[in-house]
Design a protein around this ligand. Structure first.
Ligand SMILES: NC(=O)c1ccc[n+]([C@@H]2O[C@H](COP(=O)([O-])OP(=O)(O)OC[C@H]3O[C@@H](n4cnc5c(N)ncnc54)[C@H](O)[C@@H]3O)[C@@H](O)[C@H]2O)c1
Length: 347
């Protein structure tokens, strides 16, 4: 920490869906309104806080940042020692990144091209951002003495293993260029921990959903797509027969996993599933939406299954429980209600 004990944290991909929720929670940590604020303050020993968002706005949006920042009064933030800087920059741009990382303590690395389907069509772009971008960041983090890098990985690295729940000791079996890119990022994180002593922690997120997730892209995730289709009276597109299942994880749980990963000791180079430990079939998701939207008739269109999609996904969260003290705080149904409310309000 600096003389006035300022904690400098760099958040890559902060204009994206998950990144914007992390930004919100980091601000709340600085203001003392997050329930993890005192844990972070006592573990890291800071009085003031600088949050640096790095994003090239490839899939992220300025309106996500506005959505978060408009809830706070800038003068009030400054008075309470919280500053937020937004850097429009690419994580592969070493020169710019080096300047931003100067004096930083921690990195929450969310920036990526996050879509399985997009990676099937554009594997080189996926590799360039997710692998080369991550390696660039790790190399700079090592040179600049960063205290810890938390890396956003994905349940996709497990592939379509029939054994459930998926736990961290299982051999990975990626089925898409995206999954390969995330697994490669994980390996680089481990190797940097091992050979350079750079503290890295890897979090494998399972099907995250919540407000601000982009429903419009052709690669949109299923929950925002279903919600917007339902609100617009369009049939819900299901690839396959709807019996595929996922460990749908509300975004607040992922945010919590990241904050705990910043401060827990003796976890360098370790991998953690961040999920709920329960799974929901797509047909159950549709039934829940029908229950939450009783005044609408939800039609469903069944389409052929997509390449690279996996059939079932369910996490064991035991390791995160024991090492991080992680516990999901928002259930699937409550998360879906909150998400639905947000999209309704947005229209
Ligand atoms: N959403 C999920 O269900 C899920 C599941 C598993 C893992 N993840 C991982 O979580 C992270 C965040 O995903 P998300 O769902 O919020 O996606 P998102 O697309 O909303 O966010 C990614 C952000 O990274 C930024 N970005 C992309 N390339 C960049 C570059 N070269 N330089 C700087 N910024 C760049 C984008 O503009 C965007 O703001 C990703 O690493 C993703 O792989 C997400």
């Amino acid at each position: 920490m600096t003389k006035n004990r300022t904690w400098k944290v760099v958040l890559t991909g902060g204009a994206g869906f998950i990144g914007s929720h992390l930004l919100d929670e980091l601000i709340r940590v600085g203001l003392g309104t997050s329930d993890l604020a005192s844990d972070l303050r006592s573990a890291l020993g800071f009085q003031c806080m600088e949050i640096h968002v790095v994003d090239n706005f490839l899939t992220g949006k300025r309106e996500n940042l506005d959505d978060v920042l408009s809830a706070y009064d800038a003068t009030d933030l400054a008075r309470q020692g919280v500053t937020v800087e937004i850097h429009e920059a690419d994580i592969r741009d070493r020169t710019t990144l080096r300047d931003i990382l100067q004096g930083a303590h921690h990195i929450l690395h969310q920036a990526a091209l996050p879509s399985v389907q997009k990676s099937v069509e554009h594997p080189l772009d996926t590799d360039s951002i997710n692998v080369h971008g991550t390696l660039t960041l790790l190399e700079l983090a090592k040179d600049q003495g960063i205290q810890r890098v938390v890396f956003a990985s994905s349940s996709s690295v497990y592939g379509d293993t029939p054994t459930l729940p998926k736990h961290e000791e299982m051999p990975p079996a990626p089925l898409s260029p995206y999954a390969v890119s995330k697994l490669t990022g994980e390996y680089y994180c481990k190797v940097y921990a091992h050979i350079h002593g750079l503290s890295t922690v890897i979090l494998r997120y399972f099907n995250v959903f919540g407000p601000r997730q982009d429903p419009t892209s052709q690669y949109a995730a299923v929950i925002p797509k279903f919600i917007t289709h339902a609100l617009e009276g369009k049939p819900l597109p299901v690839f396959g027969d709807g019996t595929q299942s996922r460990d749908f994880t509300y975004v607040s749980n992922v945010v919590r996993g990241n904050l705990l990963a910043l401060i827990r000791p003796h976890i360098d180079g370790r991998v953690y599933n961040i999920a709920t430990g329960t799974r929901i079939h797509l047909n159950e998701l549709i039934e829940t939406l029908r229950r939450l939207l009783p005044d609408r008739t939800l039609e469903v269109t069944y389409l052929p299954p997509r390449k690279g999609d996996i059939k079932h996904s369910l996490a064991s969260i035991e390791r995160a429980r024991s090492d991080l003290g992680y516990e999901p705080v928002v259930s699937f149904e409550e998360g879906l209600e909150r998400t639905l409310a947000w999209y309704k309000h947005r229209r």
